[in-house]
Design a protein. Structure first.
Length: 470
């Protein structure tokens, strides 16, 4: 059955028509994009340079330990390279096929790096357990200088990356650097103890302790990046508080279909349907909502769809049994104006025109609650059919009141009537039953200039005297 409820919201179709963005809100396509982290770039240069030195010295000296550590440093270089590439991709401008931009590249890289490090921790744990049962000698004279140099290199990388640790992508790269820093520190302690006491099992024991600590950090990165990829609300956002903030805006009756999610990096997006009392209140309500969301929650990428009229979840019974909210405040003419304004806002590319006869609301007069509600719903259903189903670009509604009758006509330039043998649709059948339930009639015919004309005739009993319930 056609309904007064607006069509499902589409981000691309609305194109932010309902909320303008600031010049620098952190949203993709709506502000300055972050530069790639120079820290990750320098860290990548350091780790690849040190890996090259280790590989060269190991090959010249025949040291398998140095060659193995060079390979380990190369895996760190791969992780840092992935993080740096993700930052470059995230800077790309949005396109027609990627309208939200490419900021998700960073949480994707963080998730991959987290999984990669999880595998490395597993390999280290397995090797540590094996060495507990099969202790191996440690050549302190060769291993200690390399461990000290590795500690210094990792300390430099740690210092560089700490400055950008607010980004999840950088935190994922930090996992590898922190692990290497702690590994170098453990290696120095283990080598020193083994050299002075001969107890080599301290090396695998400290390595297992490190694995447990790093596992916790890895889990946090995996959880955070997965939440971004799954469009979950950020941990820093209380969605219920956001809803309460929107509902506190003047003129807002309720909020539903509220969605809050992270686009990637620090950008947070919000989309919601907002039910308001009158369409004339929307510009002011929109500005208040924008300011409240930005100031209270740091949300700058916002799309709000206004809805006017009766509750969209109301009963599907005949219109004679229901009373649209706008009629409570001004009779049928005011209700039809609000309905047309709502449609014009939702479909700015379509022309909507309302003709009232008589044009003066006082002369048009009031009828009973049942008749006014039926008239409003029949017009709402006819417009829904014309725009949503027939693709009309022009819709003209006329309401003419005679002494004891009301004539409604909804004309459009849509696709026209189906073939003569086509069965009557459920929507048209419901409209006809609604009119007949109020002792009226409904006729559908081809328009003079194409499209469809829906003609409704309803009785117009005068409203009860003032002070008596209508």
């Amino acid at each position: 059955m056609p309904s007064e409820r607006p069509e499902p919201h589409s981000h691309a179709r609305h194109a932010h028509a309902y909320l303008e963005h600031g010049a620098d809100d952190g949203s993709p396509g709506h502000g300055r994009r972050r530069r790639p982290s120079g820290a990750i770039g320098w860290a990548l240069v350091l780790v690849l340079g040190f890996a090259g030195v280790e590989a060269l010295v190991g090959w010249l000296s025949g040291s398998l330990a140095l060659l193995s550590d060079a390979v380990h440093m190369l895996t760190d270089g791969i992780a840092l390279g992935l993080a740096f590439a993700a930052q470059l991709i995230a800077r790309r401008r949005p396109t027609a096929t990627h309208s939200f931009g490419y900021e998700r590249a960073e949480p994707m890289a963080a998730f991959v790096n987290g999984l990669f490090y999880l595998v490395l921790l597993g390999a280290i744990a397995v090797e540590a357990v094996r060495r507990l049962f099969e202790p191996m000698p440690i050549v302190a004279g060769l291993a200690l200088p390399v461990a000290v140099l590795g500690l210094l290199i990792n300390a430099c990388m740690l210092w560089l990356l700490q400055r950008d640790r607010d980004q999840i992508n950088t935190r994922a790269a930090l996992l590898h650097v922190i692990g290497d820093f702690a590994g170098s520190l453990i290696a120095i302690v283990a080598i020193t103890v083994a050299w002075t006491t001969g107890w080599t099992r301290i090396d695998p024991l400290l390595s297992l302790a490190l694995c447990v600590l790093m596992l916790l950090s890895t889990w946090r990165v995996l959880r955070e990046s997965a939440r971004v990829l799954m469009n979950a609300a950020p941990d820093s956002i209380d969605v219920e508080a956001v809803a309460r903030s929107l509902q506190s805006v003047d003129g807002v009756r309720s909020v539903h279909d509220l969605h809050v999610w992270a686009l990637g990096g620090s950008a947070i997006a919000l989309a919601a349907h907002v039910r308001i009392d009158r369409i004339e209140l929307w510009p002011q309500a929109l500005a208040q909502a924008r300011d409240a969301l930005r100031a209270g929650f740091g949300i700058g990428h916002v799309t709000l769809q206004p809805e006017v009229g009766a509750d969209a979840d109301a009963s599907d019974g005949h219109a004679c049994e229901l009373r649209p909210e706008p009629i409570e405040r001004g009779g049928l003419p005011e209700a039809l104006r609000t309905l047309m304004s709502d449609w014009q806002l939702r479909k700015p590319q379509t022309r909507f025109e309302l003709l009232l006869e008589p044009a003066d609301d006082e002369r048009f007069g009031l009828a009973t609650q049942a008749i006014e509600a039926a008239a409003w719903r029949l017009v709402a259903d006819a417009i829904e059919n014309a725009v949503a189903h027939a693709g009309a670009r022009t819709v003209v509604v006329s309401a003419r009141r005679a002494a004891d009758a009301l004539t409604l006509q909804v004309s459009d330039d849509g696709r026209g009537l189906p073939g003569e043998d086509a069965p009557e649709g459920a929507g048209l059948r419901t409209m006809r039953e609604r009119a007949q339930a109020c002792d009226g009639s409904l006729t559908v015919r081809a328009g003079e200039a194409g499209g469809v004309e829906v003609l409704v005739r309803l009785p117009w009993p005068a409203a009860p005297a003032e002070g008596v319930a209508r």
